[in-house]
Design a protein around this ligand. Structure first.
Ligand code: SAH
Length: 250
């Protein structure tokens, strides 16, 4: 049997948000690779080998998956959310491009998943209903100055913004700095949605005006959505609806 590599997104957490095609790929896999908590989400069964690795080992993991595929295995690499959003798909293609020529002939397929910002936006209402951008706030793979520049330019362009990896123990100061840049660039009280562990039992959704947003409101399990200048909050009993109108008047 010839090998196959599937790069699959497991969605934000709930089993019900895993697509049927990803479930099918997992059901026929011989090997599943990924960051420890993601591989743990895949049920054990006879004939399935799980390869768990640390978060910082993306390129090694990608190469390992390609080597297994080249020997004829049915391999699935899992990411949370969507594999193309700050996750494994790009690492695999980086490994293919730099790797031995026969890897280019392998069967490689990317199966999408529901990414965190879309699951979070759905909970809040429709904050991404008009033009928006997504920014990874981790500076593990790029300089912090570039992140600040993108924040300023996104604010100037009046995009709504979704922030992944807002905060970690190893870089506690940076999200505070990001909020300062936004507060300086945006002189209004646009809503900020802190969506933590969306679709899991630990889910918490909290919406505050930008001037009241503080770094402690986010952690590594939080995706943060900052509205544009046109984003609206519909107050009501319980959580408000947050939405960005789909049109901008001429
Ligand atoms: N590929 C993933 C993103 C990986 S980066 C995706 O498409 O969603 C990891 C970051 O994603 C976390 O730091 C957090 O910002 C966000 N994230 C992942 N799952 C989440 C969830 N269930 N709720 C809120 N944020 C989540």
């Amino acid at each position: 049997m010839s090998g196959r590599l599937v790069i699959a997104g497991l969605g934000p957490g709930s089993e019900r948000l895993i697509t049927p095609e990803v479930s099918d790929a997992l059901a026929t896999a011989t090997d599943v690779l990924g960051y420890i908590p993601y591989v743990t989400r895949v049920a054990d069964r006879p004939g399935l080998t799980k390869h768990l690795s640390d978060n910082r080992e993306e390129l090694d993991r990608a190469r390992h998956a390609l080597e297994l595929t080249a020997t004829g295995r049915q391999v699935v690499i899992v990411s949370s959310g969507d594999p193309g959003v700050f996750a494994m798909a790009a690492a695999v293609f980086e490994a293919v491009e730099a790797g031995p020529a026969p890897w280019r002939a392998l069967s490689i397929e990317v199966l999408p998943g529901i990414t965190a910002m879309l699951a979070a936006a759905a909970r809040a209402g429709a904050p991404l209903g008009h033009d928006f951008c997504a920014i990874n706030l981790s500076d593990n793979l790029k300089p912090w100055e570039l992140i600040e520049q993108r924040l300023r330019l996104a604010a100037e362009a009046d995009f709504a913004m979704a922030f992944y990896n807002p905060r970690s123990k190893s870089r506690p100061e940076q999200f505070a700095r990001a909020l300062d840049v936004l507060k300086t660039s945006c002189a209004d009280a646009r809503p900020v949605v802190f969506a933590r562990a969306v679709s899991t039992p630990e889910e918490v959704i909290r919406t505050v005006p930008l001037p009241d947003a503080t770094p402690e409101m986010a952690d590594m399990r939080t995706v943060v959505i900052v509205g544009s200048s046109r984003t609206r909050v519909i107050a009501r009993d319980g959580a408000p609806f947050v939405y960005t109108p789909s049109s901008v008047p001429v």
